[in-house]
Design a protein around this ligand. Sequence first.
Ligand code: DGI
Ligand code: FE
Ligand code: FE
Length: 193
Amino acid sequence: MELHVIRKKLKKELDKGRYEHTKGVMYTAGCLAMAHGYSVEKAMLAGLLHDCAKCIPNDEKIALCEKNHILISQVEYHSPYLLHAKLGAYLAEQIYEVSDPEILHSIKVHTTGEPNMSLLDKIIYIADYIEPGRDKAPNLEQVRQLAFHDLNACMAEILRDTLIYLSSRGGSIDATTKMTYNFYKQYSIHSEN
Ligand code: DGI
Ligand code: FE
Ligand code: FE
């Protein structure tokens, strides 16, 4: 499917704020690809589609996963918004006709991450967090700078701040998010880790 067709479709599927965020992630992913020697086109396509399932109502997310044999964990039943990553990868392939496994995988893991991520996985995970429309996270200035110098250290910072945020909120934390942090904390610029 051509890029402008995907954009038009997404504009209808997503609410205004989510579509703006999507464009921010698309361009930021493109810039990170330039900085780290990855295909700009592929990074932008992955960024464009990463949240394609985000605006589907939660009960529908669960129904769609069940119907298509996408496994739902206890934490995902408890926080169904987490499913937009897995479901997004599925829809990117089925609806938006993306067949590149690197792109599909980066969409699948963009919320929790996973240990030992590929270059594109990290580009999308990080672009999602630092795109210009984001303003709530702590240390954004430092994290943004790190993103263009050291992807692994940047992953460690984002995961650390995300886990602090999630435990302050008292919600359930996916085991994968913790495993991802445990993998990336070795690269942290903070000596206490
Ligand atoms: O879809 P976006 O909002 O653009 O970003 P995202 O897909 O990274 O989702 C971000 C939210 O997901 C953020 O508030 C942190 C949260 N999150 C990440 N890991 C976990 C998690 N939430 C829960 N409940 N458990 C996790 O392990
Ligand atoms: Fe997301
Ligand atoms: Fe996002």
